[in-house]
Design a protein around this ligand. Structure first.
Ligand code: AMP
Ligand code: MG
Length: 414
């Protein structure tokens, strides 16, 4: 069955155009926000900037083990004797105030006693009875962590759109922030299609193979910040596929289908998208993955990805991942570029995703080296890859050392 495409549907567009269409589609959608506990916030995306509710550190404290004293008592040269009047440990009761000519033994992180403004490290002093002999060479104010030197009260601590990673969680705890506003994770439903597919638990019969795109897409969606709400399979049956799309669209923000997106006899999805959805583009000038289609089906955004596993992964990384990150409110990762480790050539005008490795070259630039196995059905090439290298469209030859965009595989380079 070959679909009749209205002239209003962009076809055979390039990757940049497809990305721009998807960006616009996503930006017009609501981005719900949730309040969640800091305890459960690891990996989530902050929806509102966090300002410091108080200064950090909250009190002046010692950066070293030594003696707290007044800068006026520092010897300009030689040595000076000060009377030791107490001890300030971290978390202990307050030591007496430091008056002229006295000092207090202090440990790292302990609050600076009243009157003191400088810490002389213990290596620059010696203790004789209750007298501390302080050597020269310490600057006024040295070894003191000032109030608010990390964050002043009300300073921006974390920007909206940032991942709540380990450092962000450390800050939430430091400020006693117990709840945060995060973006709801985009809900993704996955539907693999194809009469030839059986689940991983089954033994394939004649001409059958196990469904590998279901678990692969689920892992890719998860590592792109999405919540995977369903992974299902249907045969090449228009009615069953339509029914499944209805059910999945009711529970998801994004539908990912694999297979049946091209113009083969069993490729039903473009027809279904045209009849029951709003198609935004079909076919992008990329290799592999040309037949990819983007549509809206009911209230869900739908990416119909081609079924060859490498095409599925490439179209996901090139188009779906940026969309999921945008939907999830994440500040876009900067584009990553690398130099080609070898010359590459291609005989077509489409942009090409090459599977390859990434390493740091002698000049400290990232080097992408394409692997020998580039078949779009070959999982071996994908499994050995750290990234996809994007050879731009219209280019037929690229010399070693040329700079190209690379799409890192998200689980290896989150
Ligand atoms: P299609 O895009 O439906 O024409 O499928 C292209 C190729 O990808 C065929 O060889 C399919 O058997 C294979 N394929 C499609 N879907 C999957 C899947 N979920 N897992 C593994 N291979 C698939
Ligand atoms: Mg198929």
């Amino acid at each position: 069955m070959s679909a009749t495409i209205p002239a209003s549907v962009p076809q055979h567009i390039n990757l940049a155009e497809a990305r721009a269409i998807v960006r616009t589609l996503v930006s017009s959608r609501a981005r719900p926000i949730r309040r969640i506990s800091a305890e459960s916030a690891a990996g989530r995306i902050l929806a509102q900037p966090l300002r410091a509710p108080s200064a950090l550190p909250a009190f002046a404290n010692s950066a070293m083990d030594g003696y707290a004293l007044r800068a006026a008592d520092l010897p300009p040269a030689g040595e000076r004797s000060l009377r030791l009047i107490g001890r300030q440990l971290a978390g202990a009761t307050p030591a007496p105030a430091v008056a002229p000519g006295t000092c207090v033994r202090i440990t790292t992180g302990a609050p600076l006693p009243a009157g003191a403004d400088t810490v002389v490290i213990q290596e620059r002093a010696r203790l004789e009875g209750d007298t501390v002999i302080v050597g020269a060479g310490t600057a006024a104010g040295a070894n003191v962590r000032a109030i608010g030197e990390d964050f002043a009260a009300d300073a921006e601590v974390l920007a909206a759109g940032r991942v709540l990673d380990s450092a962000a969680l450390a800050l939430l705890a430091s400020f006693g922030v117990l709840e945060v506003s995060v973006h709801r994770r985009p809900r993704v439903a996955i539907l693999t299609t194809g009469d030839e597919l059986v689940p991983a638990t089954a033994v394939p019969g004649f001409g059958q193979l196990r469904d590998s795109n279901g678990p692969m897409l689920a892992a890719l969606a998860h590592s792109s910040g999405a919540e995977v709400v369903a992974v299902r399979h249907v045969g090449d049956d228009a009615l069953a596929t339509r029914q499944a799309l209805h059910e999945l669209a009711a529970m998801a923000d994004v539908l990912l289908t694999s297979g049946g997106a091209s113009v083969g006899d069993a490729d039903l999805l473009p027809q279904l998208a045209l009849q029951h959805g709003r198609v935004h583009f079909w076919k992008v000038r990329i290799k592999p993955g040309m037949p990819v289609l983007a549509a809206e089906f009911e209230s869900a955004l739908w990416f119909a990805l081609p079924g060859n596993p490498v095409s599925t992964a490439a179209t996901f990384l090139g188009l779906v991942r940026p969309a999921l990150q945008q939907m999830g409110g994440r500040t876009p990762s900067p584009e990553l570029h690398a130099v080609l480790g070898q010359a590459v050539s291609k005989s077509h005008d489409r942009a090409e995703f090459l599977r390859g490795s990434l390493r740091c070259g002698a000049d400290a630039r990232l080097v992408f080296t394409a692997h020998a196995r580039q078949g779009s059905a070959q999982l071996s090439g994908l499994a050995a890859a750290a990234a996809l290298g994007l050879v731009p469209e219209a280019v037929h030859e690229l010399a070693a050392g040329s700079v190209i965009e690379v799409l890192p595989l998200p689980e290896l380079w989150p």
